[in-house]
Design a protein around this ligand. Structure first.
Ligand SMILES: [Zn+2]
Length: 261
């Protein structure tokens, strides 16, 4: 669909949607000036949005702080999935100087020189290397797991699931030389996880797990619902989504679609 038509339609739908008071955990992917795919958001839109939040005294937290800040109306958690190299630059050159906290969810397949290409190809400048991840951690950002192979985890049998999650956790912990506590499901919609995937991930030692489902129950101190930001979203759409508009819409869409991230 033409991007302008998409934005007008979504803007209208969000305008008409009721607002819900949700803790603000936002999912981004690559952030770049030369958007190469649907998930990548323009740097200008992203920076305008962050400036807006800073001016209005919003406070930025890691995802692992979520259950402590759940009642704080000014709290925001920024999360970035898939380990795009643009995320490294953004963390180091833009977020850190502004003292803006964030969590980066890394699928560890990106460190595989051959197989990592599939995700790297999603982004013009490819993906981070191990030392980029380590540097983000050393700068004070949170690093989280995003599985190893970035598959739909609900479709894996139990052995493959355990192997995938363990591999991801071990590789990341070896890189940052510290414990990894947060995990975000690849794709993250309701069809990408199950009671079993929740149990396995908890058993392997993750303390928090993020979905892409903003209608998720929020009272179990384990599962964290996130709000997905599409690369085609403009400033107004991001703001409306952050204010809890579109939750109902998301719920309806979530029943049928497979998220493509
Ligand atoms: Zn992903």
């Amino acid at each position: 669909m033409n991007e302008i038509i998409y934005r007008s339609l979504l803007n209208t739908l969000l305008y008409l949607s009721p607002s819900f008071n949700v803790p603000k955990v936002l999912t981004f992917h690559g952030i770049s000036n030369s958007r190469t795919n649907r998930n990548e958001l323009s740097k200008e839109v992203f920076e305008n949005f962050i400036e807006y939040l800073i001016q209005r005294k919003f406070e930025f937290y890691k995802v692992s702080d979520y259950f402590e800040i759940i009642k704080n109306p000014n709290a925001v958690c920024l999360t970035f999935d898939d380990g795009s190299f643009s995320n490294y630059l953004l963390g180091k050159d833009y977020l850190k100087p502004k003292n803006v906290q964030a969590t980066f969810f890394i699928p560890t397949i990106i460190f595989d020189k051959i197989k990592g290409d599939k995700i790297a190809n999603n982004y013009e400048n490819g993906c981070m290397k191990e030392f980029h991840v380590k540097e983000l951690y050393n700068l004070g950002f949170e690093i989280g797991g995003h599985s190893h192979y970035h598959k739909l985890l609900s479709e894996l049998d139990q052995n493959d699931l355990i192997q995938d999650i363990r591999m991801c956790k071990t590789i990341l912990e070896n890189i940052i030389c510290s414990e990894i506590n947060s995990f975000a499901y690849p794709y993250g919609q309701r069809n990408s996880y199950s009671k079993l995937t929740h149990e396995v991930i908890k058993e392997i030692g993750f303390k928090f797990i993020c979905t892409q489902n903003s209608t998720e129950k929020k009272n179990n101190n384990f599962v964290i619902p996130r709000i997905g930001i599409d690369g085609r979203d403009d400033f107004n759409i991001i703001l409306k989504k952050m204010k809890g508009k579109g939750i109902l819409l998301n719920y309806l869409l979530n029943r049928k679609t497979v998220h493509n991230a």
